[in-house]
Design a protein around this ligand. Sequence first.
Ligand code: ZN
Length: 115
Amino acid sequence: MIMWKEKAFEHATKEQPLECCGLLVKDKGELDYWPCRNVAFKHDVANFVIEPDDWAICEDSVDEIIGIVHSHPEFNMEFSPADKASCNALELRFYLVNPNTKSIIYIDPEIGNVN
Ligand SMILES: [Zn+2]
């Protein structure tokens, strides 16, 4: 099992029943999972909002942020319309993790896609 995936599964399990969120990063040629705090409760939204300080610290600490990783309540494996909108807005790959089945799926931003 690849290490960043294990870390993401662990984080998702720990955060239940809340959604976990974090960043998939590349540092010194290695992929890693960078757990972030979910501050959705501050914004009164149902999904997740990455604590901006966590994002900033991550950005300063690693070579590159590759994607956004999160989980869903009860590990429903469907990207929400909000996920798709954020994915496009941030222009980063969006990952969804399910520690129960050890699966990870992702979507890419629809840059220049007409549909
Ligand atoms: Zn989601």
